[in-house]
Every structure is written in structure tokens, then in C-alpha cells.
Design a protein around this ligand. Structure first.
Ligand code: EPZ
Length: 417
């Protein structure tokens, strides 16, 4: 895989635009299967995970083409009901296609998604909800076959506010006769974006963004044009780069209300923010202050995806900070790599204790997952000397040409195949 070569110590300065949200566009791409028509999706980021989703759409028989940041998907000739094993293995969140395929074709086949770098990441909540919607599920030889001869509405209470399960239910229930109610639904902004998208095709969904979502099944869908919301985790990552290098950065195309929990923590670190509509100016802290305890939570709590980029910043704080990772079982793989750069971090189960150090030093490190890899880039921007971040294919899953945007802000970073 490619790697980034970073020479640290240069404050980032300037303006950068935040691209469309990966975690909004992935369920929306699955949703394009539903309407059997034309879908125009603006601000669709050019990411590895988006390419994987496009490969699935084309395998299903959809016609997809891109013009700049706009993606055109015509699902009128989609005929396949199977997500190929290779594509499912490539991206575990492809499970989100199940609901849309079942809803459109009444049947879906895919391989049991492997775990991922964040832990087992089962899909039990998805399958339990599908059964409540009248979907029969057969699992054998590593394959899952879903059939829905009588897809019907249901009242579904999620044991955990799972983002993917909430989205899969919305997709599967969009055509189910009657009104489906989800309680304890996930409230992430990406779910609101999916609701808006689906309603744009003729679906009748209300309540996204709250813990109760109602989906009234409809029989007809139509073409839609939609602009994806900004990526709140990419915005967070740029703020982390700005904070750790001590440079003032202006972000455009930011929905600041989506990152309130992050802004609150960064203010405690000493950051200042000026918000004007979709523009956010960040004044970095002179000295990075430690944070007693950051607990990752479902939205609107502190996002798990922001844990590793913020941890990189706190490795240089004047004191000790603690993270508690409540969402994923194994999301501290970047700690060992940060330690190779001189960070002082102790992990005990779901808790990581970060003792601030004077400086980080450049080293050869490996990206182990998407946001952990981003954290290594954040650290490399401030480390003394050269940092080589290997396996940046992980980072490319969620950041569009990250090295180009950081270079425009004054970073010394380049990609080497
Ligand atoms: C979405 O993953 C995001 N991915 C993740 O972003 C994000 O970290 C996560 O939500 C939490 O906000 C996309 O939207 C594509 P969950 P998802 O279902 O839907 C457990 C990134 O870096 N669980 O809310 O998979 C699961 O194991 C990615 O952009 C079950 O046990 O998250 C995890 O511990 C990483 N059974 C927890 O719930 C299930 O059936 C949260 O999972 C489903 C989930």
C-alpha cells in the first residue's frame, strides 16, 4: 500500500473546504437501489469506500458515472440481489445494502461480513430487526440469504442505538406495508441526511435525529437530486491538525452544530472558534491543556471516530488526559504506533491514559484502521523530523486526497506508492 512521508514542525495556516460525509453517502448510495430511477448526488466524496459502494451498485446492474463531485446513479436496470463476497469483505459497512436490496427485490444474498479492524462488529441488531419486519434469514456456509415474501411494518426497539441498524431498518421498511416505528434509534446527522434523501424519492419518514423514527411504507418512488452533508469527522481531523501544529485554520462547508461535542472538548484544550454560517475559524491553543476524561458516546455525545485524532493532539498536552472508548471493542490500535513516536499512553481495556510529553519524534508507523491512520498523520505533522505512515490505503477510505489539502495548508507531506 502507499505511504505518507511527513516532515513535522510546520504550523498549518489557511483555508480548506470539508468534503461531503462518507458516513452519509454510503447509506445514500445503498438507498439509490430503492427508487429504480435516476439519482443525482452532489458533493459525493471520491473515497475508497465510495468506490467500493459503486462497485456493488454496478454489480447489481445500476449505471453509475461521476462528473466532478456529482455522482449519477440510475438503478432502473438493477436486477441482481447478491452482494459479492469480495466486495462485502472489502467494506463491512456494505451490510447497509441488504435493507435496500430486500426492499426492492424481496430477496438479498451476501456473505457474512467479516469482523473489521475495530473488532467483531456483528450485525445481530440488523438481523433481529429484519426478522421483526417479516424477513426470513438463512445463514449457512458463511452466506446470509434474506427473503421477504411478506415484508410488513413493525415496532422495533434497538438494544443499542446502532447507526447501521437504524439505517438498514429505514431502507427495508420504506416499502413495507404500514408504519414502522424504531425506538432507541441512532440520532447521528447522517441518519437525518438519509431520511431527507429517501423522502426526496417519495418515502415517508419522520423523526430522524431523534430516538424515535417512523417509516410509512410507500409503493412508488421517483428520481431525486440531493447534496450530501459535510463530513463532521474530516472537519474534526483538520481541527486536530491545526491544534497540534499551532496554526490558525479556516474551514468552509462545515456544519458546526454537528461537532458541538468536539468543539466543547477542544475549547477545554485551549482552542478558540469563530463560527459564521458554514465557516469555522480555529485559533489553536498556545499550550494544549489536558482533558480529565473523554467518553465516546452515541450522537450527540463525543464521537468515537474523533477519539484517535484528538488523542494525537493530547499526546502533547501539559498534563494527563483519559479516553474511555465505549462504542467499539478494539479502537486503540493507533496507541502502539503513537508510542513509537514518543507518546506516553497506557491502555487498560476501554480506557487509555495519555501523559503529555514535550515532543514527538518522527518514526516509521503503520495505519491500522481509518481514523487511527488519520491520527498518525496528525501526530506526524507536529513530530520532529520525518514520519513515514505506511498502509495509508486505510486513510484513503475516508479522506479525499488528504495529502493535497494538508500541503495547501503548509504541511510538508507527500504520498509514495
Ligand atoms: C457507523 O458504523 C460508522 N460507519 C462508523 O464510522 C462509526 O464509528 C459508527 O457508526 C458509530 O458512530 C458508517 O456509517 C459507514 P454501529 P456502524 O452499528 O453502523 C455494535 C468511520 O471511521 N453493533 O453504531 O457499524 C458494533 O460492534 C466508521 O467512519 C452490534 O453489536 O456502527 C459497535 O461496537 C468507523 N451489533 C457498536 O455497536 C450490530 O448489529 C456501534 O456500531 C450493530 C452494531
Amino acid at each position: 500500500m502507499a505511504r505518507f512521508l511527513i516532515d513535522g514542525g510546520y504550523p498549518l495556516e489557511g483555508e480548506v473546504r470539508v468534503h461531503g460525509a462518507k458516513n452519509a453517502v454510503l447509506p445514500i448510495l445503498a438507498a439509490t437501489v430503492l427508487n429504480g430511477g435516476r439519482n443525482v448526488i452532489h458533493d459525493c466524496p471520491d473515497l475508497k469506500d465510495v468506490q467500493s459502494s459503486i462497485a456493488i451498485l454496478e454489480f447489481l446492474g445500476c449505471n453509475v458515472h461521476r462528473e466532478g463531485s456529482t455522482l449519477f446513479v440510475d438503478s432502473s436496470r438493477a436486477i441482481n440481489e447478491e452482494i459479492p463476497e469480495q466486495l462485502m469483505r472489502e467494506m463491512r459497512s456494505s451490510v447497509i445494502f441488504l435493507g435496500a436490496i430486500i426492499s426492492r427485490f424481496g430477496k438479498a444474498v451476501t456473505s457474512t461480513p467479516g469482523g473489521c479492524e475495530l473488532g467483531p462488529r456483528p450485525i445481530d441488531l440488523h438481523l433481529k430487526a429484519f426478522r421483526q419486519l417479516g424477513i426470513e434469514i438463512a445463514e449457512s456456509h458463511g452466506y446470509i440469504t434474506c427473503t421477504a415474501d411478506n415484508l410488513h411494518a413493525a415496532s422495533i426497539h434497538l438494544d443499542f442505538p446502532s447507526v447501521g441498524a437504524t439505517e438498514n431498518i429505514m431502507l427495508a421498511a420504506s416499502r413495507a406495508k404500514g408504519t414502522t416505528v424504531i425506538t432507541n434509534a441512532a440520532k447521528e446527522p447522517e441518519i437525518v441526511d438519509l431520511q431527507n434523501y429517501l423522502n426526496g424519492t417519495g418515502a415517508k419518514i419522520i423523526g430522524a435525529g431523534t430516538s424515535e423514527i417512523q417509516i410509512e411504507g410507500v409503493g412508488e418512488f421517483h428520481d431525486v437530486e440531493h447534496t450530501v452533508i459535510p463530513d463532521r469527522i474530516v472537519a474534526t481531523t483538520y481541527l486536530a491538525c491545526s491544534a497540534i501544529t499551532g496554526g490558525m485554520v479556516q474551514l468552509t462547508n462545515v456544519e458546526s452544530s454537528h461537532i458541538e461535542a468536539v468543539l466543547s472538548i477542544m475549547r477545554e484544550c485551549g482552542s478558540k472558534f469563530y463560527i459564521n454560517g458554514s465557516t469555522l475559524i480555529h485559533i489553536p491553543p498556545k499550550k494544549i491543556l489536558p482533558i480529565d476524561c473523554i467518553r465516546t458516546q452515541p450522537y450527540p455525545g463525543f464521537p468515537t471516530d474523533a477519539q484517535s485524532p484528538l488523542m494525537a493532539v493530547l499526546t502533547l498536552a501539559r498534563g494527563t488526559s483519559i479516553f474511555v472508548e465505549n462504542i467499539f471493542e478494539s479502537r486503540f490500535k493507533h496507541v502502539v504506533e503513537l508510542a513509537r513516536m514518543g507518546a506516553d499512553i497506557t491502555v487498560d481495556g476501554r480506557m487509555a491514559v495519555i501523559r503529555g510529553v514535550e515532543r514527538l519524534s518522527g518514526a516509521k508507523v503503520n495505519a491500522m484502521d481509518l481514523r487511527g491512520g488519520a491520527a498518525l498523520v496528525v501526530a506526524g505533522l507536529a513530530a520532529e523530523g520525518r514520519t513515514e505512515v505506511d498502509d495509508v490505503g486505510h486513510v484513503d477510505r475516508g479522506y479525499e486526497r488528504l495529502e493535497n489539502h494538508l500541503t495547501k495548508l503548509g504541511a510538508k507531506i507527500k504520498r509514495e506508492q
